[in-house]
Design a binder for this molecule. Sequence first.
Ligand SMILES: *[C@@H]1O[C@H](CO)[C@@H](O)[C@H](O)[C@H]1NC(C)=O
Ligand SMILES: *[C@@H]1O[C@H](CO)[C@@H](O)[C@H](O)[C@H]1NC(C)=O
Length: 313
Amino acid sequence: MASCGTITFIFGFFIFITAVNTSSMNVKCSTESVGEHGHESLLNCVVETAADDQIRVVIWKKGEEILLRYYDEELTLKPGYRFADPSWMNTRNVSLLITNTVVTSEGEYSCKVHTYNGDDGSTVSFKVKAKYSEPRINSIPENIPPNTDSTLICKSEGGYPQGEIRWFDENHQDWTKSSKMEVIQTDNGLYQLSSNLALLSGSTFSKYTCVVFNSSGGKEGEATYEITSIPEVYGSLGAEEGGKEASKIVAPIVVIGSLLVGLLMVLLYKRRSHQARRPSAAPLMGPYMHGGGCHHEECRQEAEEVMDTNSPA
Ligand SMILES: *[C@@H]1O[C@H](CO)[C@@H](O)[C@H](O)[C@H]1NC(C)=O
Ligand SMILES: *[C@@H]1O[C@H](CO)[C@@H](O)[C@H](O)[C@H]1NC(C)=O
């Protein structure tokens, strides 16, 4: 009698499946929804049921908190929530409208519906996003003279979820590693980003770009800072630079000049002592110093030899 039991079981199962399919109604919601801070948001749900069926109960909750309840032909709403479709009863579009989306609107929402044909429910995971403001760059000092240590500060706020600030130079090289970002979550849950990029003197490029990326890596905005110098500051520095340049030229001239003067003096002295022919000069200078002191050919040759070995290479 085992086969009889099996047949009965299969038959019963078949009837069960058919019963579920025909007598049930379904609540179909979008599983995920994203809303924008400060705007209306829609949590989309529709009831799929037979044409002659009628909705008797609708309950929208966030966690355990009831936001909307239609029961006993009576509608109860928490401020800030309502049916998105005013004719929901006929259209069976039971979507929930959040009239003013804030960061704390994020969460799991559930919708339960009861009709003459049955009960069903579904959930929606709701996320919030907010766009970051256009970034702004300031510098410390306010005007960066060339060859000075400085800091660029880039700020952007009002975004959600947490984003990121990155820095690039004019050649698109990433300088983010040299920066420090500070993140502040304000009372309304939105983020304030501030990033400091330290610039060392001498290693600076002329242009820096600060780019704000949202949490999913999308670019939200950018600002560019050009390192320009104020004319006066540049002028005075230019003069200083000019002075340095001049001294670079003057120094060798002075050295060469004194050498020439020295050489001239030596020559003059030589000439004078030669012309003077003081008898005392010869012994004083020694016989080897100049030909004038030598009277013999032998001595002259000796003098020349000594001068050769003495003369610097
Ligand atoms: C439900 O109604 C809202 C408001 O009219 C509409 O924006 C939404 O698209 C509707 N949903 C469906 C599934 O039709
Ligand atoms: C990030 O930015 C991209 C591109 O602009 C956008 O498509 C995406 O929705 C944004 N994501 C968030 C979480 O803001």
